[in-house]
Write a protein that binds this ligand. Sequence first.
Ligand SMILES: NC(=O)C[C@H](N)C(=O)O
Length: 667
Amino acid sequence: MAEFSSNGPASRMSLGRALSQPSLNLIETNDVSPTGVQLHPRRRRKLSSCSSVENEPVASPFADESRVLVINTGGTIGMTLHDNVLAPKANALVRSLRKLPILHDELYAQQTSMYEYYGSENSLVLPKPTPHSGLQYHSLNKLNKRIIYTILEYSPLLDSSNMTTDDWGRLGKDIEKNYENYDGFVILHGTDTMAYTASALSFMCENLGKPIVLTGSQVPIYELRNDGRDNLLGALLIAGQFVIPEVCLYFFNKLYRGNRVTKVDAGSFNAFSSPNLAPLATAEVDISINWDTVWRANTTAKFQVSTELNRNVGLLRLFPGITSSTVRAFLQPPMQGVVLETYGSGNAPDNRPDLLAELKKATDAGVIIVNCTQCLRGTVSASYATGMVLMDAGLLAGGDMTPEAALSKLSYVLAKKELSLDAKKKMMAENLRGEMSANLDGAKLCLSDSRFIQVIAKSLSISCKEELEAIRNALTPPLACAAAKIGDIEALDALREMGSNLCLGDFDGRTPLHIAACEGHFKLVQYLLSHGASVHAKDRYGDTPLCNAVRFRHKDVVKLLRRTGAHFSREQMEEAGTELCSLAASGDIDGLEIWILAGADLTTLGYDGKTAVQVAEAAGRKEVVAFLVQLIGNKSMTVFGEFNEYDEYDDDENGESIEFSAIPTEI
Ligand SMILES: NC(=O)C[C@H](N)C(=O)O
C-alpha cells in the first residue's frame, strides 16, 4: 500500500467527486482461473500460492488496495418497516450494497478475481477515484487506493438500545482477532447508544494503531433519501485511506474522536456533537484531516483489547430538590463507580449537608465518584464554593469528559483487578485516550510561527494561510527524516515542539520511523514510537519500518517493532518463505535469525515449494539444518503454529530478549 502513511495535514480528497465518479479504469487481464474467471496477473500469482483462498481473510497484499472490515451490529442504517415500526433486517445489507455503484464496483471485482481471493459472500469494493476526480489534491499524497471491504454481520442485529457491555466485548474480541488482516475497521451501529460504545471501545482498545470508525444513520439505507450511504462511504474512505489510530465516530461529514461525542439530535442527519473537541476530520469538498488533533499512542506496547468491564457503575444527574435517600439508594453496594452530573462548572448545593454526607460516606467506602457537568460544553473546575464542597466530599474532577466517556472509563478502570483503589483513582484522573483536555498553560508554539518557514514563505511571496501550511507540510517530513537519518533526537524534539507531526511521510511515504529503522537507531526508534509513530505506516513500495529493519539487519530494532505490534502482511510472509530458503542455501544463519525474529514462519514454502530446512539439507548446510531444527524442536517457539503464538519466542516473561543458544554443528 503505497500511500498508507499519507497522513499529512495536507491529506485531502474530494468526496463529492469520489461519490460521483466510479472508475472505469479497466485492468488488463491475461489469464483465467480454473473456474474460467479472468485473473489479474498479480492476483493470479498470489492465487497459485494460496491453499484456501475462500476462507482466509488477509490484508490486501497490493500496494494500491486496502482492506477494511465492516462489522454490522444493527441500527437504523439496516432497518426496514415491520408493522409500521423500524426493526433490523438480517442478511439484507450486502445484497443491497452490491447493487449500489457508489459502494461497489462489480466490474473491478470480476476483472481482478477479487472474489476468488477474498471470498465472494461478503466482500465488496469501492469504485476507485479517477485521476480526474480531484482526489490527488496534494502532490505528496495520492489518495487513490481501492478499498476492499468485507462485511461481518452480527446475529441478531440490534437496535442499539438493546446493546450491553457484552456486545462491546464481542466487538473488541472480533477486532482483536482480525486486527492484522485489515487496514481499518468500520462498525455499523445504531445512533442511540453509539457514543457509549465508541467511548467504551476507545478505552478497551489498548495501544491501537489502526482506525476504528463507528457510523450508522438516521434513515435506513434502503430508503430513497437517506444518510446511510454517505456515512458508510465516508467511514470506509477514512478507515481505508488514513492511519488515524483512534476509535472514531463518523457522521454527517465529520469524523469525531469517539470518546468526545454525544447524540444531540433525534431528528436530524446532524445527530452528533463533540462539544469540547474539534472534529478530527471534515469531509466537505475535500476530506481534510486535522492531524494536530489526532491522538497518538506513546508506548511501545502491542495492540490488545481489554474486554473486562465492571458493570457496577452508574450515572446520577443532580436536580434541585433531589433527596438524600435517592442518593443513598443509588450509592448502595455493589455500586463501585458513579458519574455525578452536576450543574455548570461542576457545582452542587453547598447548603445540603445531608446530600454531601451521603457522597462523602460513599467515597470513604471506596466508591469512585467522578464529577462531570450537565452542560453540553465546558469543564468542571473548583471556581465556586459549590464546586469545592464536592472535592471535599472526595469526588474526582472529570474535566471536560462527556458523561458517556466518564462512565465507560470507570467501567474499564474498575475492572483492572491488579490495581489498588488509589491507582484506579489516579488512572481516572489521567488522560488515557484523549477523552479529556489537558490544562494547557500557554499556547503551543506552532511551526508556522517558525522564522525558518516564515522566511521561505516571504521569499516565495506567500501570504495566505493555506499556502503557508502547504509549505510547512511539504518541508517538515523531509526535515524530520533527515534528523532520523543521523539519529538526531534533539532536532526531532525541536520539530515536534514546533508543532510538526513526526508521523508524516515524505514524497515516497517514508516516515522518520522507516529511516530510523533502516539506520538501526534504536533510541530514536524508541523516541518515535513513544511520540505516536505508527509501525503500520507503509511507504510507496508497501514497505513498513519492520521490513526496513530486517533488510538492514537491525535485530534490536526488529524486536522493538515486533513488541509494538509490527507484523508482516500476508504477501510479505509469502515472500519470506523464499527469502528463508535463499538464506538457508547460502548458510546465512544471521540472516535467518533476523527474519525469524521479525515473524517469518519456518513452515512457509519458498518459490519452488521447499522449506528452508529442506533447502539447507539439499545444500549440505549442516549447521543451518541444526539451527533450524533446534528452533523447530523448541516447544516455546511453536514454529508450526500461528504467527501470533510464534512471535512470543523472542521475549521471555519479563520482556527480556532470549538469545539463540549455541548451535550444535551435528544433528
Ligand atoms: N438512528 C438509529 O440508529 C436509532 C436506532 N434506534 C438505534 O440506535 O439503533
